[in-house]
Design a protein around this ligand. Structure first.
Ligand code: ZN
Length: 329
């Protein structure tokens, strides 16, 4: 928390914060922010209902005296008999998943001619229970996990405490109102996040603001118009080809569940979004499909097949002061 405090700002007015008995206060606004088991809570008030749901309150109550395994069991209690299997799989793979994320960042950054700064301060936007954060914490000086779900953060915090990883901090906040000073981070990551926020332009603007000059932002973006995979959240073919207002009723008809908080971008839309936030300072690398057959079919046409490849990986960077604006090739 001591290292985090100088980076924190009031999400409403960007004022510096001071420590008060109830948590953090913004003398300029004035607003106060609760700190729950060391996690400052900057989330906007929900449109209706209490700030913390019943389940969240239960996790808060049990947090001090419970292990990560116990809290995790609480979180997944509806799994019943599958719980142990899920735990084995989930826990066995989490650090490796994290490590892969770091390799992806380094590899895509290198292809764009950028290097990931050493001794970085890193931000994981939408960190959830924290798998990419494992990698960031291992390589960076300070890794900050941000999420809108407080329960996920409480689990993540317990998990990292038990793993003896001390250079992480957690912040509950909206990704559209980052509670950080300008130029706080050298690196930002967002795993499976950008397609879920209601205002993607604002998210990118906020991340750019929080980055230092030369700082990198890495994220993945499932392609709306892929012909090679199903829609990744509902596992349906062709959803992205429908007009946006037809997607919800179509998914509801086929899957019997709502299709909300998902906005997959086409390559064109992604480029437009990036240009608005980062000017020419970004590179998009597309991911080939997983199946060996599809890969073999696509590879010769990779360059022209990009608009229909399943996923795009993006490295964007904030220009150094000395870096002139040049047009994207
Ligand atoms: Zn304020």
């Amino acid at each position: 928390m001591a290292e985090l405090l100088p980076l924190l700002r009031c999400p409403a007015c960007r004022g510096a914060l001071t420590v008060a008995s109830a948590g953090l206060t913004c003398p300029a606004c004035p607003r106060t922010f609760e700190v729950i088991h060391g996690i400052p809570d900057f989330r906007p008030d929900p449109p209706e209902g209490p700030r913390h749901g019943d389940f969240c309150l239960e996790v808060i109550r049990r947090w001090l005296d419970s292990s990560y395994r116990e809290l995790w069991g609480l979180y997944h209690r509806e799994e019943g008999d599958a719980l142990q299997r899920l735990w084995d799989k989930h826990e066995a793979e989490a650090p490796q998943r994290g490590a892969r994320r770091w390799e992806q960042i380094a590899c895509h950054a290198a292809a764009a001619g950028r290097t990931v700064p050493m001794d970085a301060s890193a931000l994981d936007v939408g960190c959830g229970a924290g798998s990419a954060l494992f990698a960031l914490a291992r390589r960076a000086r300070l890794a900050v996990g941000l999420d809108i779900l407080l329960t996920d953060l409480l689990l993540a915090k317990k998990r990292f405490a038990e793993a003896g990883i001390a250079n992480v901090a957690f912040v509950a906040a909206s990704a559209l109102e980052l509670p950080f000073a300008e130029q706080s981070f050298d690196l930002a990551n967002a795993t499976d996040v950008v397609e879920h926020v209601p205002d993607q332009e604002r998210l990118l603007g906020e991340v750019r603001r929080a980055l230092r000059p030369g700082g990198l932002f890495f994220f993945n973006s499932p392609n709306r118009f892929t012909l090679l995979t199903r829609e990744p959240h509902v596992k349906l073919w062709g959803v992205g080809w429908l007009p946006r207002r037809w997607m919800e009723p179509y998914v509801r008809w086929r899957r019997g569940k709502p299709y909300r908080s998902k906005r997959l971008l086409s390559l064109f839309e992604l480029r437009r979004l990036l240009r608005a936030a980062f000017g020419p300072h970004f590179a998009i690398r597309s991911l080939l499909p997983r199946s060996a057959l599809a890969r073999a079919l696509v590879r010769p046409f990779e360059a022209i097949a990009r608009p229909i490849l399943p996923q795009h990986n993006v490295v964007a960077w904030k220009a150094e002061a000395t870096e002139g604006i040049r047009e994207e090739k």
